[in-house]
Design a protein around this ligand. Structure first.
Ligand code: CA2
Length: 145
């Protein structure tokens, strides 16, 4: 399905969510988040392609794939690559698909090295600090685009 499809792309270490640092990231696993995102997407009439990788270039490839698929939007939690990756910034700028940056925590309230986001320089919106609900709010924003 194109047009009504939203890619939800997750970066490094998010596969371990729910196992450590619950005070920062909550207790939900990535599988829990996927389940909730799929339920909300069904309510909104959206199809979801939900993925996780620990590899920067794979995220770049998936952003290109979202463009080729004619996706409506990408929700991107690039995790630590948020703060380091000019390659991701360039990929977001290279595609016409709107990208919404998502974070469980609020990086700006944490260590200084998390305060800068390359992703934010090209994202249409940022949803952060709401725990697992950040994904659901971001999905609502995507539906409204
Ligand atoms: O708050 C977010 O969603 C982050 O994108 C999470 C990243 C972090 O580097 C960003 O600054 C903010 C880290 C994800 C690491 O996930 C973990 C999973 C299990 C245990 C510890 C960390």
């Amino acid at each position: 399905m194109t047009g009504d499809q939203v890619f939800v792309l997750n970066g490094p270490n998010l596969n371990l969510l729910g196992t450590r640092e619950p005070e920062v990231y909550g207790t939900a696993t990535l599988a829990d988040i996927e389940t909730n995102v799929r339920a909300k997407a069904a309510d909104l009439g959206l199809a979801v392609d939900f993925r996780q990788t620990n590899h920067e270039g794979v995220l770049v490839d998936w952003l290109h794939e979202a463009q080729a698929a004619g996706a409506k939007a990408v929700l991107l939690n690039a995790a630590a690559y948020t703060h380091t990756s000019i390659a991701l910034l360039d990929a977001i700028k290279a595609i016409a698909v709107p990208v919404i940056e998502v974070h469980l925590s609020d990086p700006e309230q944490r260590e200084p090295f998390r305060h800068h986001s390359y992703v934010q320089l090209a994202a249409v919106e940022v949803v952060k600090g709401l725990g697992a609900d950040s994904y659901l709010v971001a999905l609502e924003r995507a539906a409204a685009l």
